[in-house]
Design a protein around this ligand. Structure first.
Ligand SMILES: Nc1ncnc2c1ncn2[C@@H]1O[C@H](COP(=O)(O)OP(=O)(O)OP(=O)(O)O)[C@@H](O)[C@H]1O
Ligand SMILES: [Mg+2]
Length: 246
């Protein structure tokens, strides 16, 4: 287990939230988890360097000792697909640079959680997609799916495409959060059940929707209700039964 690539059925489905909570769960179980957001778009300029919000959150919560340049080697300004953001800046996204950064992080950690941008077929350039990035990093996938009408189709399509490309799927995370802020209705719960019955890969977490204030910050305390939701066995089968202290 060197790297795990966290993708989703779409942008904004909870990949960063799931990655942070999974990282904390692994750490609680005594696994030294690192994090990476190899490509982030919509990154603000802070003290002369582009700073992606996802990378900043994951770095702060899980691996503040790692160089941010390795956690987030590619940060681009435009909040679009990486291919479009790179094109606007006349930049080339260098997969070798990402591979090297990932290898350095893997040398420092038991496992590195790598958060993709958007979903599996988001383009990096004219030829490569997030799926190719996962492959070149040699990572199995975790697919984050958000509960909403349409998620059965989005999730099964993502899993099928991963399978078609020979990518291994380590698990699915079902995120009950919905942008409407409405609680899970009976219809939503039934919809999720229909999805669950069609999955051939394990659901490693059901994440409840947290009630967050308008100016919340992600902290271990804020994420605590999600951390205990992960079944780590499919990811790390030989964990000690009694968690080691951090
Ligand atoms: N379980 C949850 N409880 C409460 N809020 C949530 C939950 N999951 C996601 N959210 C909200 O949805 C927002 C988007 O989630 P997140 O940033 O994790 O998505 P993402 O898939 O990483 O998006 P991107 O494609 O931009 O990287 C979060 O900032 C948070 O406000
Ligand atoms: Mg994110």
């Amino acid at each position: 287990m060197a790297g795990i690539f966290i993708t989703g059925t779409d942008t904004g489905v909870g990949k960063t939230v799931a990655t942070a909570a999974l990282g904390l769960a692994l750490r609680e179980a005594g696994v030294n988890a690192g994090v990476m957001k190899p490509i982030e778009t919509g990154a603000q300029l802070v003290s002369g360097r582009r700073r992606g919000e996802d990378a900043a959150v994951l770095h702060r919560l899980l691996a503040p000792g790692d160089p941010i340049e390795d956690v987030n080697p590619i940060a681009l300004a435009l909040p679009t697909a990486p291919s479009a953001a790179a094109r606007l800046e006349g930049a080339t996204i260098d997969l070798a640079r990402i591979r090297e950064a990932c290898a350095r992080l893997e040398a420092r950690h038991d496992v590195v959680l790598v958060e993709g941008a958007g979903g599996l077929l988001v383009p990096i350039d004219g030829k490569t997609t997030m799926a190719d990035l996962a492959r070149t990093l040699g990572c199995p996938l975790i697919v984050v799916a958000r509960q909403r009408l349409g998620t059965i189709n989005h999730t099964l399509l993502t899993l099928r495409e991963a399978d078609r490309r020979g990518l291994r799927i380590a698990g699915v995370v079902l995120n009950e959060w919905d942008p409407s802020g409405d609680p899970l209705s009976e219809a939503d719960a039934l919809n999720l059940q229909e999805l669950r019955e069609r999955l051939e890969t394990p659901v490693i977490a059901d994440l409840p929707a947290l009630a967050l204030g308008p100016s919340h910050t992600w902290s271990p305390a804020a994420l605590a209700p999600l951390v205990g939701r992960f079944d780590l066995d499919p990811l790390v089968p030989n964990l000690p039964k009694a968690p080691r202290p951090l």
